[in-house]
Design a protein around this ligand. Structure first.
Ligand code: KIV
Length: 271
């Protein structure tokens, strides 16, 4: 049986090394062992068990109904397939709204689910929670920009940070979140130049989804790049099945384009 170091499992340190070396981090979501295995073999560095599973797997209109139990279950499945890639699990809506719930649920995602890092969303609450998790030795990714759990607060899925004050707030939040201990920042639907500025200021890896090419890595929702819901793909996501002969081939093409910085081009980014 091979040990973890023989497999060269990606860790927070590994992600940081990729940032420092200038090699882009290739990340995707997955929700089960079969896809996690395919992603792992295609060279994906980081797999997110996203609460997007509420929409793409369960058919819900938003991510809001997803429960901690469901996140634990899907994380367990993904962990079985991910031998090299690091596994990140989303903390679902309202599972981190108090310090007690945040620590309890993050611990469950790690102890029962097997997650190696947890991700949480949404401004003011995020900062003290990131700091609490860090104090307990729990690696954490802070999600900024468009945070889908707050969709009813936003009113629509729209690019964030286009105005001077919202851009400034995001830059400040990113800085404070890193100071609070965030190991990774994730920017969703953010103009390219703003994302580039946040990335320049940050010493931790900054991963983007709809945040342009000038960040440390890219993440997309797996089912979008496989065109599983034709016509429903977001503007920043690319259909990799269009040119591929297999799912493995599509994932490999995504990894190759992310590493070569040919994805995302302007067509998949925002000004
Ligand atoms: O849940 C998810 O898939 C996500 C991505 C949009 C980054 O948070």
């Amino acid at each position: 049986m091979s040990t973890q170091s023989e497999i060269n499992k990606v860790s927070t340190l590994g992600l940081k090394r990729l940032k420092e070396s200038g090699e882009k981090i290739a990340a995707l979501t997955a929700y089960d062992a079969a896809f996690a295995t395919v992603l792992d073999e295609a060279g994906i560095d980081l797999i997110l068990v996203g609460d997007s599973l509420g929409m793409v797997v369960q058919g819900c209109a938003t991510t809001i109904p997803v429960t901690v139990e469901e996140m634990i279950y899907h994380t367990q499945l993904v962990v079985r397939g991910a031998k090299r890639a690091m596994v990140m699990a989303d903390m679902p809506f309202m599972s981190y709204s108090s310090a007690h719930d945040c620590l309890h649920n993050a611990a469950r995602l790690m102890k029962e689910g097997g997650a190696e890092i947890v991700k949480l969303e949404w401004g003011a609450l995020e900062i003290p929670m990131v700091s609490r998790l860090t104090d307990c030795g729990i690696p954490v990714c802070a999600h900024l920009g468009l945070t889908p759990q707050a969709i009813h607060k936003f009113g629509a899925y729209r690019v964030q940070g286009r105005e001077h004050d919202t851009a400034k707030r995001m830059i400040d939040d990113a800085f404070v979140l890193e100071e609070a201990g965030a190991d990774v920042l994730l920017l969703e639907c953010v103009p390219t130049q703003l994302a580039a500025q946040i990335r320049r200021n940050a010493t931790v890896p900054v991963i983007g989804i709809g945040a342009g090419p000038e960040v440390d890595g890219q993440i997309l929702v797996l089912y979008d790049i496989l065109d599983i819901w034709p016509g429903k793909r977001t503007r920043f996501s690319k259909n990799y099945m269009a040119q591929a002969r297999s799912i493995q081939g599509a994932i490999e093409a995504y990894v190759k384009e992310v590493k070569a910085v040919s994805f995302p081009s302007a067509e998949f980014s925002f000004e």
